[in-house]
Design a protein around this ligand. Sequence first.
Ligand code: JHZ
Ligand code: ZN
Length: 417
Amino acid sequence: MTKSGPQHDLSGRCRVCNAQISAFMSFGRMPIANGFLNEEEIANEYFFELAPAFCEQCSMFQLITQPQPEKMFHGQYAFYSSSSRYMQMHFEAFANKVITEILAGGSDPFVVELGSNDGIMLRHFHPRGIRHLGVEPSVNVAEVARSRGIQTTSAFFNRKLTEEIVGEYGRADVILAANVMCHIPDLPGVAAGAQHLLASNGILIFEEPYLGDMIGKTSYDQIYDEHVFIFSATSIARAFAPYDLELVDVAPQITHGGSMRYTLARKGSRQATARVAKQLAQERAQGLDDAKTYLGFRQNCENSRARLMQMLNDLNEQGKRVVGYGATSKSTTVTNYCGITPQLVEFISDTTPIKQGKLSPGAHIPVRPYGEFIRAYPDYALLFAWNHAAEIREKEQAFVAAGGQWIVYVPDVRVIS
Ligand code: JHZ
Ligand code: ZN
C-alpha cells in the first residue's frame, strides 16, 4: 500500500445504488473543512478519514464516510456565497436566464432553491414579485437572505419537507440548486423530493463541481467533507432515472474551477438536447466510468503533493515569506493532506469576518484579515482560492508590481507572477 492508500479497509454501500464500494485512496485524517477554530477548541477538534470511492455500478464518485450534516451546516457556517464579485454576477446571469427562458409567460410561477445561502440567487427573483422559497439549514447565512426580504426556511431538503412545501405553496415550476446537491448524502431522498415537488412541466436545474474537470486538472481539493459526491452527467442521469426524472440538458460552467449545470425534467415532458448525448460520450472517452481512471488520479494527487511540499520547503529554507490567499474549504484538504504547517505558510488572508482571527482546520494556520496581506506583502502568495484567480489577479496587481509571486497547484504546481 502506498502512502495514500486507505489506512484500513474502507468500504461500504453506494449511497445511490447500494452496490458494494471501496475507497481507491485516502487523504488521511481530516477535520471539518469550514471548521475554523480558536486555540482552546483544538483539544476537541473533530476528525474523520477522507476517503473517496467510485461506484463501478452507477459511476457515482463519493465519500465512504461523511460527518453528520449538523457538524457542517449550522448557525456558524463560515461560507457566505456573496464573498466573490464574480459569483454575484454569475448568479445574476443564472437567475435572469431562468426568468426569461423558463418562467416567461407562466402565470404566478413558484421557484424553490436548495441551499440558498445568503440569497445570492433568489435576490433576483424577489424584486420581480416571483414567488420563491429558499431552503437553507445554516441559520446565520439564511438570516442574511431573510434580511434582504427573501423567503427562507431553515431546514434540510428531503421528501418530507417537500410535502410541507407543496401543502403550503403548491408545486414548483423550477427547483434550483448551486453547489449544494453534491453536499446532500441522501441523493435518492432529494430525487424523490424533487419528483414530488415539481409541477408536471417543471424543471430541476443545478450546477456543481464537475468530475471531468477534477480528474483532468487533479483538483483534488474539491474533495472534502461537504462534497459527499462529485457528479458527472453519467452519474446524474442514472441517479435520477428511478424517480422518472430525465437529464435533458447540460452546460459546462467555469465557476469553482469547472462545474456542470444539469437540467432535468419529468420523463417524456421535454426533448433532451444533443449536448446530453455528446457529454455522455465525452465522459466515456475520458474514462470517467472506468475504475482505472481513479488509480491514475490517485497517482496524480501524490505527485501534486510531493511537488508542492518540495516548493514550500525550498522557499522556507531560502527564508522567503509565504502567505495563503483565501481560507477556502478546499484549502483544508490541501493543508492537511500535504502537511502544510504555519512554519511554511505564515497565515491565510481572507475577507470573511467569521474566519478571521481563527485557525485553519487541522493545520492551525492563522487566518487574518485581508488588510494584513496588503500591509506587508509576502514574497509568495499560495493561491488557495485558485478558482477565483481571474478576479483576484486583477485585484492584486500591486502585489505583483511589488515583486510578489503566486504559487498555484491546479492544474500543476508552479509559480506565476
Ligand atoms: P471559495 C465553498 O467552497 C463551500 P470554498 C461550499 N461547500 C462549496 O461547494 C463552494 O463554496 C460553492 C475568500 N476570498 O469561493 C472568501 C478572499 O479572501 O473558493 C472565501 O473565504 N478574497 C459551499 O470555500 C474564499 O476566499 C477574494 O478576493 O472552497 C473563497 O472560497 C475572494 C474572491 C475570496 O469556496
Ligand atoms: Zn452506485
